[in-house]
Write a protein that binds this ligand. Structure first.
Ligand SMILES: [Zn+2]
Length: 428
């Protein structure tokens, strides 16, 4: 089996920087999907895009207006119309490669989307120094998903280069809309990982510094993202206030009541009313209010407890002020549960190949990740799954100066995946 060539590493870094320049928010990753499609085409890897593999009713938090804007921009930037048509308006891409030799079916999942953050223009910022900073105002790959995508492309290329020595089948899952946990459910429910024996998911940075590899067996929280709107009745605040029904007051009451949802003895819970906008002007009884809320729980049951309480409070606040309310779920993830066997394999690979100074277990990450939907699906169908992190030195994810030292970090992620493939799929 060939080792990873310097040329492949250079290609991977080039991919990452190209993707970094043109970051796209969840459900608008048409350029990134098309970029991946071009590369898979060159490798003779079959693929399905967007609407061809997603379960459309399970799509969460997608704005048709934003999608249409992104399609126009992608077309202007040279993405072929035939490709856009093939997506049916939905981003994401899955590559399929069969070595035609009996062996396991392995899926590896990366995510495609960026974050609504303005990238730093400080001359000392990595992407500014390297001349690959975001070309899109207000959008940035500030979570390293550009790194994930390029690593998975490099792995696909290495697998094709070494197909004679490998067995089994591979699925390269480039998931849309991880931010806001919006895309994972539609990928999982689309069934693309149903026949998978083993699924690997990974993330750059997070709890790990450069030189560390982290393994997660559990710990990401189940979460639900809710948009709430109250619809009241406007009226002149001086001449006939009795005719009005205040959406603002209903929303404010709901916000304070939500903060009073009891903590649960069964495990960790969280709730946050992160945004509340209400009212039209000083002298009008406010007819409209909207809120952005999220809940989290150590298990899906605990998250459900929080969601049910939020819904009850919204409905009863609306009733108290004699107006109507709507609750829309725009994102969700379950908690992480992986398989010991895969975690041990990942640990063994990291240690045996000197891929880290330190291999640690992180089973208490209080964030959320929607690859958990894919992991849950694979395990329900009898497969196994694992999750690892490889470190970088950064000042915090989703921040304008997020940096990843790609030359040092990306090869570690690629080698972890490649060694896993060597361990599981070497032909007899
Ligand atoms: Zn991320």
């Amino acid at each position: 089996m060939k080792d990873i060539s310097q040329k492949l590493i250079e290609q991977m870094l080039c991919d990452r920087r190209t993707l970094h320049r043109r970051p796209e928010l969840g459900w608008t990753e048409f350029e990134a999907s098309s970029y991946v499609a071009d590369r898979l085409n060159c490798l003779n890897i079959d693929f399905k895009v967007g609407g061809e593999f997603l379960d459309i009713p399970s799509v969460q938090g997608r704005s048709e207006q934003e999608v249409q804007k992104a399609i126009k921009r992608a077309l202007a930037h040279g993405v072929p119309e035939s490709f856009i048509e093939r997506t049916q308006g939905y981003t994401g891409i899955v590559g399929f490669f069969d070595t035609k030799k009996p062996g396991p079916t392995i899926a590896i999942r990366a995510d495609l989307d960026a974050v609504p953050v303005q990238e730093s223009s400080d001359p000392s910022h990595e992407a500014v120094k390297g001349d690959y900073a975001s070309a899109f105002p207000g959008v940035m790959h500030a979570c390293g998903h550009d790194a994930h995508t390029s690593i998975l492309l490099a792995l696909a290329e290495w697998i094709v280069q070494n197909k004679e020595d490998l067995c089994g089948k591979f699925k390269f899952v480039f998931q849309p809309a991880e931010e806001g946990v919006r895309g994972g459910l539609a990928v999982a429910n689309g069934g693309v990982v149903d026949d998978v024996d083993e699924l690997l998911c990974f993330h750059i940075g997070s709890k790990c510094k450069l030189g560390e590899i982290g393994i997660c067996e559990k710990g990401f929280l189940a979460t639900t993202k809710l948009n709430v709107s109250f619809e009241g009745v406007p009226a002149h605040a001086g001449s006939n206030p009795e005719a009005g029904k205040s959406a603002l007051l209903a929303a404010c009451n709901a916000a304070t009541l939500i903060a009073g949802i009891p903590r649960h003895s069964g495990g960790l819970t969280r709730v946050c009313v992160g945004k509340l906008i209400a009212g039209e002007s000083r002298n009008v009884i406010p007819a409209h209010a909207s809120m952005e809320i999220e809940t989290r729980g150590e298990t899906a049951e605990l998250d459900k407890f929080m969601v049910e309480n939020v819904k009850r409070i919204v409905t009863s606040s609306a009733a108290a002020f004699d107006l109507t309310a709507k609750v829309e779920i725009i994102g969700s993830a379950v908690n992480l549960e992986t398989d010991k066997e895969i975690s041990l394999k990942l640990q063994e690979i990291a240690e045996a190949n000197n891929l880290a100074e330190k291999v640690t277990y992180h089973n208490d990450v209080p964030a959320s990740e929607d690859c958990t939907w894919l992991i849950k699906r694979v395990r329900e169908k009898g497969g196994k799954a694992g999750y690892f992190m490889f470190g970088c030195n950064n000042n915090g994810h989703h921040k304008s100066d997020f940096s990843i030292q790609d030359e040092s970090t990306l090869p570690v992620g690629l080698k972890m995946l490649k060694q896993y493939v060597v361990a599981r799929c070497s032909a007899e």
